[in-house]
Unconditional design. Structure first.
Length: 459
């Protein structure tokens, strides 16, 4: 049977400094040892609690001490841990579980009232060695002001009048609570860091998937134009080859006539025209084939999924490639004005930067209803390369500006935009250590300004 009483607890009028001189040094040594022990690396909390029980019991002359825990998953169950101190272990071990079970009543009271409590303890089994235990003292263990367990001490005599000992136990327990707080917080931080790293990895994977998805969308938007761009040079290469075939036939006949007559060719003027035109046809054909090669090469590079490495990039060259890819989107209604300064290289991913520029160029084209101008400028400001892409299109309404870089936000009609382009472009520029800003006015136009740090080797 238990009858609980509130313990005097730590009395401000009887601080640890007032313990008699013979015990004062030992008390300080214990607390210092406790803190030092806890601050060592790789010390498990259960070992710290064992150390705490052992030292407190020995210093304050408690023969038995135990830790009870409230499991986080089921706080309605009190668990007797394997963390305990027993001075005469051989004597008490056979019946210690019974004693700890009896002590649960006071432990629960301590949890509910969240304060140190002391209580007399009556053991019904008079024949047991633990029947000599007549008194108990329990103190709550905290984490973030929440009771997570109880440290309980058992004795053969009432310590109610031993104010110094009770003050010391309370003082030591406050220190152990701080250690529990620190240890649990560190574990939570490590656990949260692991979770955050996993989330960050997943976010990066998702970002790469979104970037690739955006590329596919851009390729889809440009596909018709690219087909036209490829079809044009292929068509005149085909026509040129047909003409060359006819020319070769005429030349063959001329050579044959020359061989027969050993004199002037009958179609001298026709032969001269053919010879002069052959060079033009070859030159035109080579240019057409090179244009096809450039378009296909740019498309292959742009659609590549595994290239995420940074390298030295020529921004002007990157812009020229982007213009080549978006050429068919622009050429019928946009006059492109370029003002490209000589620039040092930047460290970046050429494919990703191309994706940003293509997206901005296509957006600018779509903002222009009939005929308009797109201006592209580059400059060097300090240690940053500045890229400006401006159009005199429809502009963006002020109410949309706060959302313009949000994923899946678009002002375009259904089927025209996905809302990923600017969001992904923003992320790419941020990943490159740069910034992207816009200035816009309805019915006047929009200007995007990108700033990227130059490569360190150029500084």
């Amino acid at each position: 049977m238990l009858t609980h009483h509130e313990s005097p607890g730590p009395n401000p009028n009887h601080p640890i400094e007032l313990i008699d001189n013979s015990k004062q040094l030992k008390g300080y040594e214990l607390l210092i040892a406790l803190i030092d022990y806890a601050q060592r690396r790789h010390i498990d909390l259960s070992d710290i609690l064992r150390f705490y029980l052992k030292k407190v019991c020995k210093f304050s002359k408690w023969p038995i001490g135990v830790i009870y825990f409230l499991p986080e998953k089921d706080p309605n169950v009190l668990v007797t841990s394997d963390i305990h101190f027993i001075k005469h272990e051989k004597k008490f071990t056979p019946t210690i579980k019974y004693l700890f079970k009896k002590g649960e009543d006071l432990a629960w009271q301590t949890i509910h009232q969240d304060r140190p409590l002391s209580d007399s303890l009556v053991i019904e089994n008079k024949g047991s060695i633990i029947s000599s235990i007549t008194w108990s003292y329990a103190l709550p263990l905290h984490y973030h002001d929440k009771v997570i367990g109880v440290a309980q001490f058992f004795s053969k005599r009432n310590h109610q009048d031993k104010t110094e000992q009770l003050d010391f136990v309370a003082h030591a327990t406050r220190h152990i609570n701080m250690i529990i707080e620190k240890d649990t917080s560190e574990k939570n931080i490590k656990y949260n860091n692991i979770k955050l790293e996993a989330m960050l990895k997943k976010m990066k994977e998702t970002q790469l998937q979104l970037i690739q998805h955006s590329k596919i969308i851009s390729i889809g938007q440009l596909a018709a134009g690219m087909a036209h761009e490829i079809n044009n040079p292929i068509s005149y290469v085909q026509n040129n080859l047909s003409s060359l075939k006819k020319y070769v036939t005429v030349l063959s006949e001329g050579v044959e006539n020359y061989q027969k007559q050993y004199g002037q060719l009958e179609n001298q003027q026709n032969i001269e025209f053919i010879l002069s035109d052959i060079d033009n046809l070859f030159q035109e054909s080579f240019e057409g084939i090179q244009q096809v090669i450039n378009i296909v090469s740019g498309l292959k590079s742009f659609s590549r999924t595994t290239d995420t490495e940074f390298s030295s990039c020529d921004i002007n060259h990157c812009l020229e490639n982007s213009l080549q890819m978006a050429r068919n989107e622009l050429k019928y209604k946009c006059q492109v004005e370029k003002e490209l300064s000589v620039l040092p290289p930047v460290m970046g991913n050429l494919n990703q930067l191309t994706q940003v520029f293509v997206n901005l160029l296509v957006n600018a084209s779509q903002a222009i209803a009939t005929k308009g101008i797109i201006q592209i400028k580059t400059a060097l400001e300090g240690n940053k390369v500045v890229i400006v892409i401006a159009d005199n299109g429809c502009g963006i309404a002020p109410k949309y500006l706060s959302k313009i870089f949000d994923p899946f936000f678009t002002t375009k009609p259904i089927g025209i935009g996905t809302g990923l382009g600017l969001s992904i472009s923003y992320g790419i520029i941020k990943d490159h250590g740069g910034s992207i800003h816009l200035v816009t006015q309805e019915n006047i136009g929009t200007t995007f300004t990108i700033k990227l740090p130059i490569a360190r080797s150029s500084i």
